[in-house]
Design a protein around this ligand. Sequence first.
Ligand code: MLT
Length: 201
Amino acid sequence: MKHIFIKNDTTHPTLVLFHGTGGDEYDLVSIANAIDDKASILSLRGAVNENGLNRFFKRIKPGVFDEEDLKKRTLDIIAFLKEHIKTYNLDETNIIALGYSNGANIISSILMHEPSLFSGALLHHPMVPYKHMEVPPLHKKNIFMAAGENDPICDKDDPIKLELLFKEAGARVTLKWYYQGHQLTELEVRDAKVWYDAHSN
Ligand code: MLT
């Protein structure tokens, strides 16, 4: 998978970044730096091309996911991450995922398939990735979620359902609401940093 790796202070977490639809591996680097400018960064480019737009998995139509492809891509990314944790000699106990929209949704799917990969996650404008899927135990996982009261793409019920799913699996979830549609706003990033400083080592 196309990606970038920026090595930094190894006593800080590694932030693994997943962009939104139409983005690339550089999109979230400035946000990652705003949250922790000492964290190493591993940022992936989605391998699906939807009419020229990078994505991490296919969709049938906006908001309706190709769940078979989502599972396939999730397993591909899990294999990629396991390989590159070794390649880049990362502390596998201190990896936090950060994703926006499509990127947030692939992170949720990874947590549901291989929870041990991430010690925590920051999900900006996430949706529920699968209509019916058991969530494995997520004890001690810290998850920050930012959702839009007036998000035209993510139904308001989705972040609430996702929060419940993760909490029922034992995760500690912080869900915050914003009023800027589907945008990833500066306020969200400021709140994400406050959460990160309180929940990362
Ligand atoms: C998108 O347009 O990216 C949707 O909001 C989320 C997704 O398709 O994963």
